[in-house]
Every structure is written in C-alpha cells, then in structure tokens.
Design a protein around this ligand. Structure first.
Ligand code: ZN
Length: 135
C-alpha cells in the first residue's frame, strides 16, 4: 500500500460561516465549495492549500460525530486524511499488520472519495482517514 500525500486536514467547528472568516480573510484561502454528507451528519467546506486541503466540518445534528467531538474536546483538528492509491488494499494492509480499522469496508465521503477511518487507539491518538479519490 502506498500513501501519496496528506489529502486533507479535518477541523471540527461550531459554525462554518464564522470560521470561514478566519480561513479566508486572515489566511487568504479560497473557499472551493461546501457539501453536506448526510450519512456523516456533517456539512463540509473545502479550502485547498497547495497540494492539500483544509476541510472545515460543522455538524448538522447534535448527535453527529462532529458535535460529539466538540462536546468532548472543543473545536479543533479532528482527523488527518492520507491519500492512498487503493483503499481496499490499504484496509487489507492495516488488518494484516494488526492495526484496527473503524471501517473495514470503504464508504463514501465528501468529494466522492472512498474513505475508511482507522481506530485512534491504533494510530496513537490521531484519527486517521484513508482516502482514495481522483484529483
Ligand atoms: Zn476527512
């Protein structure tokens, strides 16, 4: 299995519109659109930075994973996504090596990507997302 790059950094925020001011006005990044992923109860804003991307995540429901994250830890970095060549192969690789996956089968994430989360206990406290998608 091969990691190609940091695909994106997922940041949990309470309010997208308020947070976007910082990323667009202070950092001068460009908003390249938003998407609601119903399955994840999340609204995502995409802000490309060079070869990678910042993804701001706002929960669409108080029961969603992002709402629960903010409740426990406050706003901040929620996950790091690595782009892999082949998601099925990457999941098999992790399982073979004894690393725990949250998703044992890929599912669809924002931007039409096939994604799978690893268990943070296997990745030393960082929620790691493996992601396969076209550029
Ligand atoms: Zn992500």
């Amino acid at each position: 299995m091969k990691v190609l790059k940091v695909d994106h950094i997922g940041i949990a925020v309470k309010n997208l519109d308020e947070t976007l001011k910082f990323y667009t006005e202070a950092l001068g990044l460009e908003l390249h659109g938003t998407e609601t992923v119903e399955e994840q109860k999340v609204k995502v804003a995409f802000l490309p930075v060079g070869d990678t991307e910042v993804e701001l995540l706002e929960s669409t429901s108080p029961e969603g994973p992002i709402a629960r994250f903010i409740e426990k830890k406050g706003e901040g970095i929620q996950h790091i996504a690595f782009k892999v060549e082949n998601i099925e192969e990457a999941i098999e690789h992790m399982k073979e090596k004894g690393f725990r996956m949250i998703d044992e089968k890929p599912r669809y994430g924002a931007g039409g990507a096939k994604i799978a989360f690893m268990h943070p206990k296997s990745s030393h406290g960082v929620l790691v997302e493996l992601s396969e998608r076209e550029d």
